[in-house]
Write a protein that binds this ligand. Structure first.
Ligand code: PMP
Length: 286
C-alpha cells in the first residue's frame, strides 16, 4: 500500500484531517526548490522519545533555511501527540514536516506560506534483520563542505545525496552506504550516524559537516555512563580495518550493528549488543 493511502488520520496546519486529504499542489515551493525541513521521532508505547529535542531541531532547521514555522515548540509537541493519538498506533514513527507552499513560484521565498504536517506510521525495524548487522559500501557522493550546505539543518534537500547513495548501495547488494565528507573523512550513513570500536574504546566522527544526531548524543551518554571511553575525532577510511565493531545510530535505525564495510568484516560484538540493549531500555522507559 502506498504511503498516500495507508493511514487514517494525520495532523496538518492546525487540525487532524483525513489522511487522504493531506495533499499539496504540484506547484509547491518545497517540491521545486527544496524549501522543506522535517523530523523523525519514534513513539514507544505512546511516549515519544526526546520529542522536544526533535521539534527544537525542526524549528532550528527552518530558521537556518530562512523561513519561520508558524507554531511554537509547545504547539508542535502537542501536534505530534494529537497525530499519534488520532492514528491510534502507540508505537510508531512520527514525521513532522514543514514546507513552503504554493502561493509563490520563484526561487526567493518572500511572503511565502509555511505549512506543517505530522504523520505517523508503523515502522518496526528500519533495517530488516537488524541484529545480524549491515553490509555497507562507500558512497561515491560525499557530504558537502559546511559552507556549501546547511549541514546542521534536517533539510529535505540534503537527502538528495543520501537517496542517491542508498539506492546505489542497494543496487550493489548492500544495505546502506557509508558516506565520506568533502575532505575524504568518514562521515555517516545515509540516515544514521556511525561509531567504531577498537580496544574497548568508541570512536566516532566529529559532526562538523553532518547531522549531530539526537540518538548519537544519547548513545554517547549511555556509553560514558558505562565507563566506556568515547572519542570524537576525524576518522580516515584507511583506519576502517583497525576497528573490531561498528554500529549505526539514528531514530529509525536505533542502534544497528554493521558487519561489513566494502571487504572488511566486523563482529557484531558485546559492546554493540550492550548499547543496543541500553538504548532499548531507555526509549521504552525501563
Ligand atoms: N544522519 C542523517 C543523515 C539522518 O537522516 C539521521 C536521522 N535523522 C541521523 C544522522 C541521526 O539523527 P537522529 O539520531 O537525530 O535521528
Amino acid at each position: 500500500m502506498g504511503f498516500d493511502t495507508r493511514g487514517d488520520k494525520l495532523w496538518m496546519n492546525g487540525k487532524i484531517i483525513d489522511w487522504t486529504d493531506a495533499n499539496v499542489h504540484v506547484l509547491t515551493h518545497g517540491l521545486h526548490y527544496g524549501s522543506s525541513v522535517f523530523e523523525g521521532t519514534r513513539a514507544y508505547g505512546g511516549k515519544m522519545f526526546k520529542l522536544s529535542e526533535h521539534n527544537e531541531r525542526l524549528l532550528k532547521s527552518a530558521k537556518i533555511l530562512g523561513f519561520e514555522i508558524p507554531y511554537s515548540l509547545d504547539e508542535l509537541n502537542a501536534a505530534c501527540e494529537e497525530a499519534v493519538e488520532a492514528e491510534g498506533h502507540p508505537t510508531c514513527y512520527v514525521r513532522p514536516i514543514a514546507w513552503c507552499g504554493s502561493n509563490k513560484m520563484a526561487v526567493d521565498r518572500d511572503g511565502i506560506d509555511v505549512h506543517v504536517a505530522v504523520a505517523t506510521w508503523d515502522m518496526g525495524n528500519y533495517f530488516a534483520d537488524k541484529m545480524r548487522g549491515l553490509k555497507l559500501c562507500i558512497a561515491d557522493w560525499r557530504r558537502p563542505d559546511p559552507v556549501t550546505a546547511p549541514h546542521d539543518a534536517k533539510a529535505a534537500g540534503l537527502y538528495m545525496i543520501c537517496s542517491m547513495s542508498k539506492s546505489a548501495a542497494q543496487a550493489k547488494g548492500c544495505d546502506d552506504a557509508l558516506m565520506l565528507d568533502w575532505r575524504g573523512q568518514v562521515a555517516e550513513g545515509t540516515g544514521a550516524n556511525i561509531f567504531f570500536i577498537r580496544d574497548g574504546a568508541i570512536h566516532t566522527p566529529t559532526p562538523d559537516c553532518f547531522l549531530d544526531g539526537i540518538t548519537r548524543r544519547t548513545v554517547i551518554g549511555l556509553a560514558r555512563d558505562k565507563g566506556l571511553e568515547v572519542i570524537e575525532r576525524a576518522i580516515m577510511p584507511e583506519e576502517l580495518p583497525t576497528f573490531s565493531e561498528v554500529f549505526f545510530t539514528g531514530t529509525a535505525a536505533e542502534v544497528t550493528p554493521v558487519r561489513q564495510i566494502e571487504d572488511i568484516q566486523y563482529q557484531v560484538g558485546q559492546i554493540t549488543h550492550g548499547l543496543a540493549e541500553d538504548y532499548d531500555r531507555l526509549v521504552n522507559g525501563k
